[in-house]
Write a protein that binds this ligand. Structure first.
Ligand SMILES: [Zn+2]
Length: 189
């Protein structure tokens, strides 16, 4: 990515060596005899598709993917994201999606952290973590169902460039939405 966080060297920009917006170089200046190009800043991105597919391949998790449909509602208190107005609105707008009970709803978390905890800075990176909201309340916030998707090396808030950072994830989600990715369902073999 551009070291000023303007753009990713991704898809149509893969071969560029300077940022389209600020003109900054993609690589460190070469010194001495070294001929290896060294990238200035990297965004780490981990695909989520295979991790979502594994939920349906394991007999231990498949039963929980539809948990939200059968939980008890007590005094109209919201106990699960599926009780929320936002979830219901989404289902009304996309009835064909919500009809299929094993389609997956995701929540998205963005957190700051410092992988080198001994340094003075409180944080130096941001993580982007989709989590599966269709699982039960006890499961959907467990680490094993929070899929680390990105590590953003930016000590400042990513608010201004959030669209740049999120693009690979949005592209993957759009692909999943449109392609109806085939998957093995262990409950139906
Ligand atoms: Zn730039």
């Amino acid at each position: 990515m551009c070291s000023h966080f303007c753009m990713l060297y991704y898809l149509e920009n893969t071969k560029l060596i300077e940022c389209r917006t600020c003109g900054h170089s993609r690589y460190k200046p070469m010194t001495g005899r070294g001929r290896t190009l060294v990238i200035l800043r990297k965004l780490r991105y981990f695909l989520i598709t295979l991790r979502l597919q594994r939920l349906f391949m394991s007999s231990k998790t498949i039963a929980h993917v539809t948990w939200h449909q059968s939980h008890d509602i007590v005094d109209e208190v919201m106990v699960h994201p599926s009780d929320s107005e936002g979830w219901k609105h989404f289902n009304n707008v996309h009835p064909q999606f919500s009809m299929k009970t094993k389609n997956v709803h995701l929540g998205l978390y963005i957190n700051r952290f410092n992988p080198f905890g001994s340094f003075a800075a409180f944080y130096s990176c941001w993580s982007v973590i989709p989590t599966v909201y269709k699982l039960s309340t006890g499961m959907c916030l467990k680490p094993e169902f929070m899929f680390l998707s990105k590590v953003i090396p930016d000590p400042n808030s990513p608010n201004q460039n959030i669209d740049v950072y999120l693009r690979p994830l949005i592209d993957e989600l759009k692909y999943l939405w449109s392609s109806r990715t085939l998957n093995y369902d262990v409950s139906r073999k």
